[in-house]
Design a protein around this ligand. Structure first.
Ligand code: ZN
Length: 157
């Protein structure tokens, strides 16, 4: 790959060939005019351009993390799947580090493993209520948790 021009989106400036999933990293941190800080995490489940999560699994993980994570932190603003289906972005209010967020994520995923349903997986509360996989979400969360020791290592090099 030739040198790419600098782009507006942080992750577009990340060389996805050099990362080693699973990992957790800060993708962005923004200080607002009032002095408050927002922190955005890149929560990468699968190795970019090699593997990805099934669409139903991404969707169920999104619902489950969005709901359960708010039991562990009052700072959660958003949990969104990446379009490439290799992970999620988590946006938090406040100045957070990987070390402070990792226990929140771990507790969230342990809740998820103990849950016997995907929250809001119905036509009233979701845009595609039938498009879910509890089993798939459990398997992906279990694999991600099994590799907890690797979360802090972003680069393969
Ligand atoms: Zn949904």
């Amino acid at each position: 790959m030739t040198e790419q021009p600098r782009m507006n989106v942080e992750s577009f400036n990340l060389d996805h060939r050099t990362v080693a999933a699973p990992y957790l990293r800060i993708a962005d941190r923004k200080e607002l005019n009032g002095g408050d800080v927002l922190t955005k995490f890149d929560v990468r489940f699968t190795q970019p351009n090699h593997t990805h999560l099934d669409s139903e699994v991404v969707h169920s993980l999104e619902h489950m993390m969005a709901e359960h994570m708010r039991n562990h932190s009052g700072d959660v603003l958003d949990v969104s799947p990446m379009g490439c289906r290799t992970g999620f972005y988590v946006l938090l209010v406040g100045d957070h580090s990987v070390d402070s967020f990792a226990p929140v994520l771990e507790a969230t995923l342990r809740d998820l493993l103990a849950a016997d349903e995907v929250p809001a997986a119905n036509e009233i509360q979701c845009g595609w209520g039938a498009h879910h996989s509890l089993e798939g979400a459990h398997a992906a969360a279990r694999e991600f948790l099994d590799r907890r020791a690797e979360w802090g290592t972003v680069s393969a090099g």
